[in-house]
Design a protein around this ligand. Structure first.
Ligand code: NAD
Length: 528
């Protein structure tokens, strides 16, 4: 008999599969303190939490029988993942349960905005009867631009088509075949901003998507355009949006998310064209039930040693393999994140080459962590160690794992080659005894840098004074350089510079660096 502790409130319908299981005993015991959980946890095989229970290292240390923790939701900030992995406890979440709910909320916002429903409601309940003021627009025959065509974006498209809208979608992973199947037109961000009557964003918040709609994009939009953000605050530049509304370019906007939540002194909230909700995208009875259903089913799979798909960590690797390969996980994941951020375009092929002592090991778990690192840059929280290879497959990304006797003098070496439609990039890293993980090569330039924190990669001509000018720009902008590494192939030829800086550089700082003579490109990389 497996014992499952449910320590945060969940609907009974959501946990039905556990309640019905003959080999499971469920105890619902909510509102417990850390001490109380520590006292009772040794008898449990599984635990389900929402966001209230904090699963601390002390709880995990006491959890002698625990095999799995389920988070009924997406974010796992309330669970100490490292401590869980060390304790051999699988952590699973439920990334799919709120897709429809969020797509429906986006559509509710779209209609509310088009027909001024919140404004008219407020006005009418205040005793007015103002029919002219709230003249709306139809969705019929209008163009909806969707930036980010993943789970939610594609569901929004289905609803838009039912309203006879034309849909243009942009997503680096959207193929012509998938677009055709979904009945949407594939386009660029530029196509969307110049052609759409309504624009909605459904991407994660990354360096590439932050302010993807900003002053330049608003300037190109059709007058009277309406925009929505039900994804993450910061994807649309709020200052630029405010200005575009005040200037009369944008006729309306609908926001469920904000750069700062809850919004404080946000001037957008004072504009009559703005429709807002307090991050309600995933808030429905069904979504809360769905995440509980998903997590309960996954818990059963883990307890019964059946395949499961949503693990956030990877403690299921056999202990002897883990002992040898575990230290490389961080390196593989960070190298993956690094190469994804320096490469332009949608990934088509990943080649991971292991050399040195890694050739004698079972590297398949390491390949998973590396693919997760690469994909998480574009796919955010939805990627985990278990589903990463599957997500790569569904996006037609070819993954090759190979072993090579060519170790270039390192006792161990992981080399990742990333191919997109536009370009091919390569990065190599090693685990140095006593120094930890290091990036040792970027596109055949030798380098020695720790894969962590905020980095800036600069391609430049190897000329006297370039390094000094870069230091001066950063110094005058108040950006402190922690480390600097230079790599070159030939004296006076092309070279690279990699800087570690104390805080994220603003786009203005990056632009100022890019304008320096002898500098070809500047890329910021965050490995947090
Ligand atoms: P998803 O991973 O299924 O889809 C995201 C898509 O964005 C992917 O297809 C990815 O390729 C694409 N993308 C990444 N970078 C891009 C770029 N630079 N340009 C265009 N597309 C890019 O995720 P999802 O489940 O559809 O969620 C989408 C967003 O909605 C996420 O930010 C998620 O956090 C958010 N969300 C919000 C709520 C809410 O309460 N408002 C609820 C659920 C999800």
């Amino acid at each position: 008999m497996f014992k499952v502790l449910i320590s945060d409130p969940l609907s009974e319908q959501g946990i039905k599969s556990l309640l019905d299981a003959e080999d499971v005993q469920v105890d619902v015991n909510t509102g417990l303190s850390e001490e109380e959980i520590i006292r009772i946890i040794p008898e449990y095989d599984a635990m389900i939490v929402r966001s209230q229970t904090k699963v601390t290292p002390a709880i995990l240390a006491a959890a002698k029988n625990l095999k799995v923790i389920g988070r009924a939701g997406v974010g796992v900030d309330n669970i100490d993942i490292n401590a869980a992995t060390k304790a051999g406890v699988v952590v699973i979440n439920a990334p799919d349960g709120n897709t429809i709910t969020t797509a429906e909320h986006t559509f509710a916002m779209l209609l509310s905005m088009a027909r001024n429903i919140p404004q008219a409601y407020k006005n009418t309940t205040q005793g007015e009867w103002n029919r002219k003021k709230y003249l709306g627009v139809e969705l019929n025959n209008k163009t909806l631009g969707i930036i980010g065509f993943g789970r939610i974006g594609s569901e929004v498209a289905k609803r838009a088509k039912a309203f006879n809208m034309k849909v243009i979608a942009y997503d680096p992973y959207l193929t012509e075949e998938r677009a055709q199947k979904a009945g949407v037109q594939m386009g660029s961000v530029d196509d969307i901003v110049t052609q759409a009557d309504f624009i909605t964003v459904h991407t994660p918040l990354t360096k590439d998507t932050r302010h993807i709609l900003s002053t330049e994009e608003f300037a190109k939009m059709k007058p009277g355009v309406r925009v929505l953000n039900c994804a993450r605050g910061g994807i649309i530049d709020e200052k630029a949006l405010y200005q575009a509304i005040v200037d009369g370019k944008v006729a309306g906007c609908a926001l469920d998310v904000f750069e700062e939540e809850p919004p404080k002194n946000n001037p957008l909230l004072e504009l009559p064209q703005v429709v807002v909700t307090p991050h309600l995208g995933a808030s429905t009875v069904e979504a809360q039930e769905n995440v509980a259903i998903d997590v309960s089913e996954e818990i059963l799979h883990v307890l019964r040693e059946q395949p499961f798909k949503n693990a956030v960590n990877l403690p299921s690797v056999p202990a002897d393999v883990m002992e040898k390969i575990g230290p490389y996980f961080f390196l593989g994941e960070k190298l993956g994140q690094f190469v994804a951020q320096i490469t332009v375009g949608a990934v088509q092929e990943i080649v991971i080459t292991y050399s040195g002592e890694l050739t004698d090991m079972d590297t398949s778990p390491l390949t998973r962590t590396t693919i997760k690192g690469i994909l998480s840059y574009n796919l955010g929280e939805g990627v985990n160690y278990v589903n990463a290879p599957h997500l790569a497959k569904t996006r037609d990304i070819k993954v090759t794992e190979q072993k090579s006797s060519h170790n270039r003098g390192f006792t161990n070496l992981i080399t990742i080659t990333l191919k997109t439609k536009q370009e091919e990039k390569q990065v190599a890293g090693t685990l140095l005894n006593g120094y930890g993980p290091r990036i040792v090569e970027i596109d055949k330039y030798s380098i020695d840098a720790a894969p962590e924190g905020h980095l800036i990669l600069i391609h430049h001509n190897d000329r006297p004074g370039v390094i000094g000018r870069v230091g001066t720009v950063l110094g005058t902008k108040g950006v402190n350089i922690a480390t600097m590494q230079v790599g070159r192939r030939d004296m006076g030829g092309d070279a690279i510079m990699m800087l570690t800086i104390d805080k994220q550089a603003s786009p203005e700082v990056l632009d100022s660096l890019g304008e320096l003579e002898e500098i070809h490109s500047v890329t910021e990389i965050d490995l947090l």
